[in-house]
Design a protein around this ligand. Structure first.
Ligand SMILES: NC(=O)c1ccc[n+]([C@@H]2O[C@H](COP(=O)([O-])OP(=O)(O)OC[C@H]3O[C@@H](n4cnc5c(N)ncnc54)[C@H](O)[C@@H]3O)[C@@H](O)[C@H]2O)c1
Length: 363
């Protein structure tokens, strides 16, 4: 298997760069973290994961047996001493920080947990990195929700104001602000060899997601159970993209950071304009591919505030990292249906998931 370039041939994830690299992934038991760890392991990286057990049951982490190919440290990012110990003991060269309370709805019910995890958890990881002095590249994964959403039609650039209406979004804005402060205060300019960047993406979809109140997991859970699907807002437009698209961005960003202090900044990783589509579009495309009819209805109950569509301008990633989203939306939908049908057929989900990584990477 190749694990080289993406389907479009634009994204240059370089397996020879990753071979033998010591990489710490926080949030490795989650949806994105599990895909990322499998990809890193396939390229020959030595991967350590930092997170409690999987946040959902079932989980991609368990189904794809991610724990068999990497070392896991069951640590809460809110526990500074434990984070510092893992960083000191494992000596990572690269840190990819994904651990977060990642759900808007839950941030309304437990705002403290959200800020403690997403803000102080990030401070803890960056401070442990600062003290270790051996880390060369750090990517802090935040969100497109970090921006002050002015309900503009045009794309947001990296130097736009931070904001966030709800606690989750604002915690990601805070995470961006503290990343800038750590960069200016402690990293670079001869202070330490660490180059620190942040990555902003949103509305990531793909096989193996079981997150609460997320569209594709809700649809796929119902499809597998043969039960009706409750949809909150079928006309809401979101910028959908396959999970491997932003992950390829995080990887090329870390590669660039290794040698280049000028890449120590924020990067947007958004889909092509034509892949910003209403919820109804995703439902229709999934229905076309799913073997049985999908029965859905509008859930008219009360819902927390949902921000309007926010478009990312990814020119910086395209120009400075040569990054482009590898899979467009139709290819993404196909990959999702293939993944859940394979699960229903009892296939080996480690092989299925790695197989999709391999196809994406052009191997
Ligand atoms: N999925 C998306 O659409 C999306 C969009 C934008 C940004 N993000 C960001 O990407 C990252 C990964 O998201 P995901 O979709 O994989 O979420 P997820 O909920 O599937 O995974 C989150 C991971 O963080 C870990 N975690 C949670 N609380 C923790 C704590 N206190 N200490 C240590 N680890 C903890 C979980 O155990 C899990 O491993 C998050 O930072 C999220 O905010 C996700």
């Amino acid at each position: 298997m190749g694990y080289g370039r993406s389907g479009l041939g634009d994204v240059d994830v370089d397996p020879s760069f990753w071979r033998g690299k010591r990489v710490l992934v926080t949030g490795h038991t989650g949806f994105k973290g599990s895909w990322l760890c499998l990809w890193l392991h396939a390229m020959g990286a030595c991967v350590e994961g930092l997170a409690p057990g999987p946040p959902t049951d079932p989980s991609l982490f368990a189904l794809a047996r991610v724990g068999e190919v990497i070392n896991s440290h069951a640590v809460d990012v809110r526990d500074y001493q434990a984070v510092e110990r893992v960083v000191a003991d494992t000596g990572p060269e690269i840190v990819l920080h994904l651990a977060a309370q990642a759900f808007v709805r839950r941030s309304f019910t437990d705002p403290r947990e959200t800020y403690e995890t997403n803000v102080m958890g990030t401070v803890n990881v960056l401070d442990a990195v600062r003290k270790s002095r051996g880390v060369r590249a750090v990517v802090n994964v935040t969100s497109d929700k970090c921006y002050e959403n002015r309900e503009w039609e045009w794309g947001y650039r990296e130097d736009e104001s931070m904001g966030g209406h709800d606690p989750y979004s604002s915690s990601k804005g805070c995470s961006e602000l503290l990343t800038g402060a750590f960069r200016r205060s402690f990293f670079g300019d001869g202070k330490t060899p660490t180059h620190l960047a942040s990555a902003r993406a949103g509305n990531v979809i793909g096989g193996g997601d079981w997150g609460e109140d997320r569209l594709v997991p809700d649809i796929m859970r119902a499809a597998l159970a043969g039960s009706p699907i409750e949809i909150r807002n079928p006309e809401a437009i979101r910028p959908w993209q396959h999970v491997l698209n932003p992950l390829s961005g995080y990887l090329v960003l870390a590669q660039a950071l290794w040698d280049s202090p000028s890449h120590a900044t924020a990067f947007n990783f958004g889909p092509a304009d034509e892949d910003a589509r209403p919820v109804r579009f995703i439902l229709d495309r999934l229905s076309e591919r799913w073997p049985e009819p999908l029965d859905w209805r509008i859930d008219s109950g009360p819902h927390p505030h949902e921000a309007r569509y926010l478009k990312l301008d990814s020119s910086r990633a395209r120009l400075r990292l040569d990054w482009a989203p590898g899979w467009a939306l139709q290819r993404t939908i196909d990959a999702i249906v293939d993944w859940y049908l394979a699960l229903r057929s009892g296939d080996d989900m480690h092989a299925v998931t790695l197989g999709q990584v391999d196809v994406f990477a052009g191997g």
